[in-house]
Design a protein around this ligand. Structure first.
Ligand code: NDP
Length: 504
């Protein structure tokens, strides 16, 4: 593995230089150093080597970005364009992102450790697809005329909220940005967005492409820097009208405080998960289910809010299913994210890898049994690699079954009855996603209804597509949904206009 890994990384150094990375904050249509002049280093998680220094913004940079976004919101340079004109600019932007998918995918891979086949093949097309989908909807959404009494006309229309502040995580840096920017911009808002400090590079380049596509200055502003400084300054800013956040439940709670302590801005939260995958005893296609189970927990190194981290399986099929999952893992090589054969790259940072390994230790100490994985690998690369790890003999009250690990760690829990399966699945503080496998239509409907989760996949691991809303119950968040036209609603105000007609 080392032999193939190191030459690939050496080659990529020249490639990195050719990429001409953007490393400054993007405010009012221009790149700027942080006002303090401070910078911080971002690293390649697959090598631990530095990539580039990035502007370390602070509250003054957030003030400048919000002032630019406010000017752009108030003078209507974006909101008063016809929806069709906004659509054309956003579609052009999506086309540019798609056209640069290889370059953007490479940036994403070296910055985040995600496999290059995913970043080029999925993340960038889906980023472009998301922006295009919301753009296309911009001139197809109608207001309403209320059934008001004779002599009156009452219209119910939607208007942009104004300035949206967005704070996003590192697991899908470009895609999470698009999930916020697509609907917020399509509905005529202006935005100040903070990427995660570990993975800011792709969004800076995507913002530049936005300008090239014709986004007016000040409509999209990107401020880089630490969450507890830049993120908090966005959260507390009195001139921001709406906050949209994806990340940990702990930080999500803070956003509620930020809003409550300041101007009661609207807060949209998409937070963590501990999603169940239920497998009933009537299933026949164990290989197919095993392939889905592996995607659910090992795709993106398990760094996925909807990861199916609890496999709740009928006792009678557990051994055969585990065998099939282990066989499936032969199709999941771990290693150099720049190698097109790799399906599991590096975890995002040393700190995150240590967190994942700490959970593995706790799992062992609490009595669960490691079936495969469980140790750091490829240490000689300098990168943060953990292979697919499966714990058998897990009880749902164990730490590894309760807390979000956000890594490639699957907990296997057995059940005997349908009622027990449902109770185990719902016995979690989270409620983001769930999947269930059965060949029995009655079980499928009964269980899908009983699961307390925002997205339920039946005989599939799925987050739906751009046409369906994504968001969770309980500690997985509230206040809104990403994707679909529901996402448009959350970035708009509802206005009633009541018109009294004079009698003729
Ligand atoms: P965080 O929730 O800390 O980070 C998400 C975003 O919030 C980042 O942009 C971060 O900035 C920012 N942020 C951090 N602290 C603050 C703050 N005090 N005020 C405002 N913004 C802040 O997630 P982590 O990156 O630390 O990951 C921790 C855990 O969160 C993971 O292990 C996982 O369990 C969960 N998580 C869940 C995600 C999801 O999609 N549901 C996504 C990512 C993480 P910065 O990067 O500069 O710290």
């Amino acid at each position: 593995m080392t032999d193939t890994l190191i030459p690939e990384i050496d080659e990529s150094k020249a490639a990195i230089e050719r990429l001409g990375l953007r490393t400054q904050a993007f405010i009012d249509g221009e790149f700027h150093d942080a006002i303090s002049g401070r910078r911080y280093m971002t690293e390649n998680p697959a090598t631990g080597q530095p990539i580039a220094e990035i502007a370390e913004g602070g509250p003054a940079d957030v003030d400048a970005a919000v002032a630019a976004a406010r000017r752009a919101a108030d003078d209507g340079r974006w909101s008063r364009l016809s929806p069709g004109d906004r659509k054309r600019i956003l579609v052009r932007w999506a086309d540019l992102i798609e056209g640069d998918a290889r370059e953007l995918g490479l940036i994403e891979t070296i910055d985040s450790g995600k496999p290059i086949t995913d970043t080029i093949g999925l993340d960038m097309p889906e980023t472009a697809g998301c922006i295009r989908w919301h753009a296309e909807a911009a001139d197809k959404l109608y207001g309403q005329v209320a059934p008001s009494p004779e002599g009156t006309v009452a219209t119910i229309t939607r208007e942009p909220v104004g300035v949206v502040g967005a704070v996003i995580p590192w697991n899908y840096p470009a895609q999470m940005a698009a999930w916020k920017l697509g609907p917020a911009l399509a509905t005529g808002n202006t935005v100040v967005i903070k990427p995660a400090s570990t993975t800011s590079l792709s969004l800076l380049r995507i913002a530049e492409l936005g300008s090239e596509a014709g986004l007016p200055d000040g409509v999209l502003n990107v401020v880089t820097g630490p969450g507890d400084v830049v993120g908090e300054a966005i959260g507390r800013h009195p001139d921001i009208d709406c906050l949209t956040f994806t990340g940990s439940t702990e930080v999500g709670r803070r956003f509620l405080h930020y809003a409550a302590d300041t101007n009661l801005k609207r807060v949209l939260l998409e937070l963590g998960g501990k999603s169940p995958q239920l497998v009933f005893d009537d299933v026949t296609d164990l290989e197919g289910i095993a392939a889905n189970v592996a995607v659910a927990i090992f795709w993106n190194m398990g760094e996925n809010c909807s990861a199916g981290s609890r496999l709740i399986v009928h006792r009678s099929v557990k051994d055969r299913l585990l065998e099939a999952v282990r066989a499936e893992l032969r199709n999941w090589p771990v290693g150099d994210p720049l190698d097109p054969a790799t399906r599991i790259g590096a975890l995002v940072s040393r700190g995150h890898m240590e967190k994942v390994l700490r959970y593995v230790r706790i799992g062992r100490e609490e009595g669960a049994r490691v079936v495969t994985g469980g140790e750091r690998i490829l240490e000689e690369t300098g990168g943060w690699f953990v292979p697919p790890t499966i714990f058998d003999g897990v009880r749902n009250d164990m730490t590894i079954a309760r807390e979000e690990i956000f890594g490639p760690v699957l907990s296997v829990i057995e059940f005997d009855t349908e009622a027990e399966a449902i109770a185990l699945a719902n016995d979690t503080p989270y409620g983001l996603a769930a999947s269930l496998y059965t060949d029995n239509l009655n079980v499928a409907h009964r269980v899908a209804r009983a699961l307390r989760a925002g997205v339920v996949g039946v005989n599939a691991y799925s987050e739906g597509d751009m046409t369906t809303p994504f968001g969770g119950y309980k500690l997985s968040g509230f206040g809104g949904h990403d994707k679909s036209v529901h996402a448009h609603d959350q970035y708009t105000e509802t206005k009633t206009t009541w018109i009294q007609l004079r009698s003729g």
